[in-house]
Design a protein around this ligand. Sequence first.
Ligand code: MG
Ligand code: MG
Length: 260
Amino acid sequence: MIYLKTDEEIELLRESNLLVGMTLGELAKWIAPGITTLKLDKIAEEFIRDHGAVPGFLGYGGFPNTLCISVNEQIVHGIPSNYELKDGDVVSIDCGTLKNGFNGDSAYTFCVGEVAYEVRRLLKTTKESLYLGIEQAVEGKRIGDISNAIQTYCEKKGFSVVRELCGHGVGKRLHEDPEVPNYGRRGCGPLLKNGMVIAIEPMINLGSRNIVIERDGWTTRTRDRKPSAHFEHTVAIREGKADILSSFKYVEEVLGEKSI
Ligand code: MG
Ligand code: MG
């Protein structure tokens, strides 16, 4: 069942999603060799609570933390730990907030120090594919138009698309219908309507698309242990142009010229 949101509800969703963007911006100031992923998690939790919201992922399905932090070959759902980031790592940070009963959900993959050219190219391609998907997220198109735009672009660049995980509707619940796969056929899938709110989140691998779920039951990594990238925005479907409710502005202000 796909819930269409009113304009008032979309403004509440914008508030939650902007707070995710601000949290990612705060984290961007701290990401450097030597910091543990658990420290980043604490910074995010405090920041979210200081802004009158609660972490959306904490306790969701039993997830133990505020952030999903996935380093290098980890694709998504990594659990914060005492691992210290090191020069050359890439780290996907996925953040959720719950405020006024509505969820925010957005993710960004950061470089730690100097990252290999091919891995930077993976990040850049994944981020670009997210925006190509968003271009398709308008009334009258179909979910498959978003999926196909992402898949076609990433595969053309020589990367592979994770199939087992996908984007989703966002609202009072973190995961609502419809599913938003990152692969698919143009013109297929649910019709996009004004007031739908969806998270689009390409998960793209440097090597093969195959995944493994670690024994912790959460951490999802590439089977070949090559790096993976993940960027996510929550968007509202509108006529003519998607309305991006989350924001990378805060991250990019911090990263400046080092932005991917
Ligand atoms: Mg997310
Ligand atoms: Mg999501």
